[in-house]
Design a protein around this ligand. Structure first.
Ligand code: NAD
Ligand code: LMR
Length: 452
């Protein structure tokens, strides 16, 4: 048998987890031959309820379940995790929109994102379920320095499954006949469930349904299905959400079927002209544990309009929690060094950066009066990368000093930042505050996209 993998589930005493944990433990997510260690995270007040869940897990005597760790300590829960399902968050009630949960749940993901980055396995795969899922996932991504943004996804598989089931129902075929449904954008009422590329038994779905049904019935129904369930149950969907979470991870690992894809909210790379740096749901194909956004689909005007509406909502959500997102990873260097080698390399980098800064300023010290105004103020000037009008000896060029000082300070500062954050397993990572006036970034992004 394979060696056990660690699966972390947050919000483990909640209603989604109550269905999910038993199916994960019985091998429905990773297969019947994969031993599992469950690492369950809850808040203190829910630990008693969680102990009851653990008892029930024990009582099932699942052959694949090796160990259960129940804790309110995120370091322990995320420690060496291979899969993380971030379910723990407040759910919405009747009359609420998912984005009403933004402020309440954002703090959870800020803290857990940081700890996840520090503690989880290097190859961890993360699924964010807690709402608003896309933006919670974005917060998580913004806390990563050791892990990569492609390791974090948010769940729109429930919407994908809902759309598939609804389409299968109307054409009176089993769900297995339906392929290539796509969910674009946010897991919210602005999402765009798209059947323009969908196939039913290999034939275009658009030839089998009429357009009015698609616009008046199908799209709003999928968009508002969560609220429909809440209105009926008085509670948000749980069993279907847990099932979709398992589908999401299983497809990610096993791969998508030939001629099909799935939908996942992933860190946008600008595909289809979508704003980068948001978690946007795209049709994706998975292979060997990696996903790729499906490229080259024809997007008509109808689709483009809806894709933009949901994109704008995600930008708005991002703007609302902008202060929680930065610093972000600006630059990453996979050094392939062992941690010790990395820290030695960093010590050298620091030494060289100090030497370079000192060297670049030495001429200035030589030529300026010790008690001059500039002597007292050269540090702020230099830190800003500004030259400052230093005095010079006859025959020496002012520009020369400017250049030296500017370069020295710039590189010194960047390298200092680079060495300040050393990934535990050997990456040098530069983190930097980004002044996140998002309209500025949006303009830059759109200029980049249009090739200006
Ligand atoms: P629930 O209230 O039944 O359970 C949430 C659990 O999270 C509770 O046990 C709570 O104690 C725990 N929790 C709260 N803060 C925590 C923290 N900081 N660390 C660990 N655990 C914490 O809610 P639920 O019905 O299980 O739903 C959970 C979330 O999933 C909600 O935000 C809901 O809106 C969302 N959801 C998303 C989808 C989707 O498709 N993306 C579908 C359904 C539900
Ligand atoms: C759903 O889609 O069912 C969940 O996101 C729960 C909700 O708040 O609608």
């Amino acid at each position: 048998m394979a060696s056990p993998v660690r699966v972390t589930v947050t919000g483990a005493a909640g209603q989604i987890s109550y269905g999910l944990l038993f199916r994960i433990a019985s091998g429905h997510m990773l297969g019947p031959n994969q031993p599992i260690i469950l690492q369950l995270l809850e808040i203190k007040p829910a630990m008693k309820a969680l102990s009851g869940v653990v008892m029930e897990l024990d009582d099932c005597a699942f052959p694949t379940l090796v160990e259960v760790i129940a804790t309110d300590n995120p370091e322990l829960a995320f420690g060496d995790a291979d899969y993380v399902l971030m379910v723990g968050a407040r759910p919405r009630g009747p009359g609420m929109e998912r984005k009403d949960l933004l402020q309440a749940n954002a703090r959870i993901f800020t803290k857990q994102g940081t700890i996840l980055d520090e503690s989880a396995s290097r190859n961890v795969r993360v699924l964010v379920v807690g709402n608003p899922a896309n933006t919670n996932a974005l917060i998580t991504v913004s806390k990563l320095s050791r892990l990569d943004s492609t390791q974090v996804t948010a769940m729109t598989r429930l919407d994908h499954n809902r759309a598939t089931s609804l389409l299968a129902g109307v054409v009176e075929r089993p769900t297995t006949s339906v392929k290539r449904v796509a969910i674009w954008g946010n897991h919210s009422t602005t999402q765009y469930p798209d059947i323009h590329h969908a196939l039913v038994d290999g034939k275009p779905a658009m030839n089998l349904v009429d357009e009015e049904w698609m616009t008046e019935e199908f799209i709003p129904r999928v968009q508002k299905r969560g609220a429909e369930v809440i209105a009926a149950r008085g509670l948000s969907s749980a069993a279907s959400a847990g099932s979709a979470a398992m589908d999401h991870i299983r497809t990610w690992i096993e791969g998508t079927k030939s001629n099909d894809w799935t939908s996942m909210a992933v860190y946008s790379d600008g595909s289809y002209g979508v704003e980068s740096e948001i978690m946007y749901s795209f049709p994706v194909r998975c292979r060997r544990g990696k996903y790729k956004i499906v490229q080259g689909l024809n997007i008509n005007e109808f689709s483009r309009e809806r894709m933009t509406v949901t994109e704008n909502e995600l930008i708005e959500e991002r703007d609302a929690i902008r202060d929680l997102l930065w610093p972000v990873q600006m630059f990453r260097c996979n050094s392939n060094l062992q941690p010790l080698q990395t820290s030695q390399a960093c010590a050298w980098v620091r030494f060289l950066s100090v030497t370079a800064a000192a060297w670049s300023n030495r001429s200035w010290w030589r030529v300026n009066r010790p008690d001059s105004w500039f002597r007292k103020n050269w540090i702020p000037w230099s830190c800003l990368g500004l030259p400052g009008p230093g005095r010079r000896k006859r025959g020496e060029k002012q520009g020369h000093f400017k250049q030296q000082r500017r370069l020295g300070c710039f590189f010194g500062f960047r390298w200092w930042l680079a060495s300040a954050k050393v990934g535990k397993t050997g990456d040098l990572v530069v983190q930097s505050f980004r002044f996140s006036n998002s309209s500025l970034w949006r303009n830059l992004d759109s200029q980049r996209r249009s090739g200006e």
